[in-house]
Design a protein around this ligand. Structure first.
Ligand code: FES
Length: 111
């Protein structure tokens, strides 16, 4: 990894980000740039874990940034959405699922 990647911003901005607006992420207030895609805005803030895997609880985050991998799913205003397809706007309430699901009693143990 070169030094620019280690020290510079995660994304290069081709257009100026909009003014900051207030959102809530897991109950914490956060300022994000208006109009930027939510996944990119969170990644730019160093927030890369958007959820955890169902079975092992491993961190999951955006992979494709174009709406196909579903790794960026979060609740936005209570509705499951792909964060890479939602533009930041004032007042968004974002929730991540950071706890793995409990094992199902019907699950067959892997050997
Ligand atoms: S990052 Fe792949 S669907 Fe959002």
């Amino acid at each position: 990894m070169n030094s620019q990647m280690e020290q510079g911003p995660r994304f290069r901005h081709f257009v100026s980000p909009g003014p900051s607006v207030s959102v809530t992420l897991d109950g914490q207030a956060l300022e994000l740039p208006f109009g930027v895609m939510l996944a990119a805005a969170l990644l730019d803030r160093g927030i890369a874990t958007f959820g955890v895997s169902v079975t092992k609880g491993e961190p999951r985050g955006p992979l494709c940034l174009m709406g196909t991998c579903l790794q960026c799913n979060v609740l936005v205003d209570g509705i499951p959405m792909r964060a890479c397809r939602v533009a930041v706007r004032d007042g968004l309430v974002i929730e991540r699922r950071l706890d793995p699901l409990p094992p199902s009693p019907r699950e067959v143990p892997r050997g």
